[in-house]
Design a protein around this ligand. Structure first.
Ligand SMILES: NC(=O)c1ccc[n+]([C@@H]2O[C@H](COP(=O)([O-])OP(=O)(O)OC[C@H]3O[C@@H](n4cnc5c(N)ncnc54)[C@H](O)[C@@H]3O)[C@@H](O)[C@H]2O)c1
Length: 392
C-alpha cells in the first residue's frame, strides 16, 4: 500500500508510520510541527524529549527494520501544500491525524477556539478537495473522537442511527453533543466528510477514537530516538498518563469532580491495529463508514483506583484528591457505546491489565526526575475564562 500519514510527527502519527513501514508498505509522513509550537506556548514538554522528525526518519531509515519513511513539511491549512503533496505522493490510503488534538487547549478562550476550528476544519476541507482533484479513489482514514457523541442517555451506535419519526424511517448520523470546541471541530469534519462521500463518491472511514494510553509499540522500542511523546500536563496529557505521573511524584491523583465520568479507552498498540484494519479493509466508493475505536470503558474514579492499586504493588503510597471540575460535563451518567465493527474485522485488543499498568508505571518511574509538577493541575475552565490567559 502507498500510505500517507498526516500529522506524522505526533504521538500517534509517528508510531503509525513505523508500523506500516515495518509491514513493508510505502509510507510518507507530513507535518508542520504545530504541536511543538502549541506546547511551547503553554510551557509544556513531553516527559521525554522527542527528537526532530528529520532525526527520527533518518534513524528509522538507517535501521533496516522495514521500508523507508519519506517526509514532507507543510501546513494542511495551506491548500497549495496539500494539493502538491497529493499530486506528488498519489496515495492509496491517507491517515489523517494532523489536527489540534486537545479539548482544554481549545477552551482557553476565543483565539484558541478559533485557531482549533480553523486548523482542523480548514485542513480537513483542503484535504477533501485535494483528494477529489488528485486521488479520488484513495481511502481516507480520519481520526475523530468518541467525544463527538458526548454522553447521551441512550446507547451510542457506531456513527449511524436508524430513526422512525411520525411513521417514517430514515438512517441519520448519530446526534452529536460534543464536549468542547475541539470536539466540535471533529463533528464538523465528520459532516464534511460524509458530504464528500455522498456527493462526490469518495470513500472514508471515520474512527471515533477513545482516549489513548501507552508509551511503547514494537517499533518505538527498537531505539530511544524512535520513541513517541508522552504528555502528562493539563493541556495535552490524557488522564491515565497524568495519574501515573502523579503516583510517581507522590502527589494525589486529581480526579475532576466525583469521577463518575465514563469514557472509552484503548492502548496505543490498538490504535495502530485499528488503523491497520481500517486501511487494509477499505470503505466502498461513496461509503462514509464510522467505527467506534476503543476497547474498554472506565469511569475516571475506577481508573484512579487502578492506579492506586498499581502504586501499592510498586511500594508507592498513592492517594486521590477530588478537585472542582474545570470542565462542564455530567459526572454521573449513562454510557453504553457500541464498538463491534473493529473486532468484527479481527481486532484482538490489548486490555488494561495489571501487567500493562505496572509496566507503564515502571517506565514513568524511571523518568521521575524529568517531571515538571507545575504543569499538571488544571488551569483552563470550561465555564469561565477567569483562569484563561486573556489573549487566548
Ligand atoms: N491521543 C488521543 O488520545 C486521541 C484520542 C482521540 C482522537 N485523537 C485524534 O488523533 C489525532 C492524533 O492525535 P495525537 O494524540 O497523535 O496528537 P498530536 O498532537 O501528537 O499529533 C497531531 C500532529 O498533527 C500535526 N498537525 C496539526 N495541525 C497540522 C496542520 N495544520 N498541518 C500539518 N500538521 C498538523 C501536529 O504538529 C502533530 O504532530 C488527532 O486528530 C486527535 O484529535 C487522539
Amino acid at each position: 500500500m502507498k500510505i500517507l500519514i498526516l500529522g506524522g510527527d505526533g504521538y500517534l502519527g509517528w508510531p503509525t508510520a513505523m508500523h506500516f513501514a515495518a509491514a513493508g508498505d510505502e509510507v510518507w509522513v507530513a507535518d508542520n510541527f504545530a504541536k511543538r509550537k502549541w506546547e511551547l506556548e503553554d510551557g509544556i514538554e513531553p516527559l521525554l524529549p522527542i527528537p526532530t522528525l528529520h532525526r527520527r526518519v533518518q534513524r528509522w531509515n538507517g535501521m533496516n527494520a522495514g521500508a523507508p519513511v519519506r517526509m514532507k513539511v507543510g501546513d494542511l491549512t495551506n491548500h497549495r501544500f496539500v494539493y502538491n503533496l497529493l499530486r506528488e505522493v498519489g496515495p492509496e490510503v491517507i491517515v489523517h491525524y494532523g489536527e489540534q488534538p486537545s479539548a482544554p487547549y481549545s477552551m482557553q478562550g476565543r483565539t484558541a477556539a478559533v485557531m482549533t476550528q480553523q486548523n482542523n476544519v480548514v485542513g480537513n476541507l483542503n484535504l477533501l478537495f485535494a483528494m477529489q482533484r488528485h486521488c479520488p479513489d484513495a481511502h481516507l482514514v480520519k481520526l475523530g473522537t468518541m467525544g463527538e457523541y458526548g454522553t447521551p442517555n441512550i446507547d451510542i451506535e457506531e456513527g449511524w442511527l436508524d430513526v422512525e419519526h411520525n411513521g417514517r424511517t430514515d438512517r441519520v448520523l448519530f446526534p452529536k453533543k460534543a464536549g468542547s470546541f475541539y470536539h466540535l471541530s471533529k463533528v464538523h469534519d465528520s459532516h464534511n466528510i460524509e458530504f464528500a462521500c455522498r456527493v462526490w463518491g469518495m470513500r472514508a472511514t471515520d474512527l471515533n477514537q477513545g482516549v489513548v494510553y501507552g508509551i511503547d509499540t514494537d517499533q518505538t522500542m527498537l531505539h530511544p530516538e524512535l520513541r513517541t511523546s508522552f504528555h502528562y500536563d493539563h493541556v495535552f496529557g490524557t488522564v491515565l498518563n497524568r495519574f501515573l505521573v502523579q503516583a510517581c511524584i507522590g502527589v494525589p491523583l486529581t480526579v475532576y469532580g466525583r469521577g463518575g465520568q465514563t469514557r472509552g479507552f484503548l492502548n496505543i498498540r490498538d490504535t495502530l491495529a485499528c488503523v491497520d484494519l481500517a486501511a487494509r479493509n477499505p470503505a466502498e466508493s461513496g461509503e462514509f463508514r464510522i467505527f467506534n475505536q476503543f476497547t474498554e470503558q472506565f469511569s475516571i474514579g475506577r481508573l484512579a483506583e487502578m492506579v492506586v492499586a498499581a502504586g501499592t504493588r510498586a511500594g508507592l503510597a498513592v492517594t486521590v484528591a477530588h478537585l472542582d471540575n474545570p470542565r462542564v460535563e455530567a459526572e454521573e451518567h449513562y454510557f453504553n457505546a457500541k464498538h463491534t465493527k473493529l473486532p468484527d474485522l479481527g481486532l484482538q485488543p490489548t486490555l488494561l491489565t495489571d501487567a500493562v499498568i505496572d509496566q507503564m508505571l515502571a517506565t514513568v518511574r524511571e523518568q521521575v526526575d524529568r517531571v515538571d509538577p507545575d504543569i499538571i493541575a488544571p488551569q483552563i475552565r470550561w465555564a469561565g475564562g477567569d483562569i484563561s490567559a486573556p489573549n487566548r
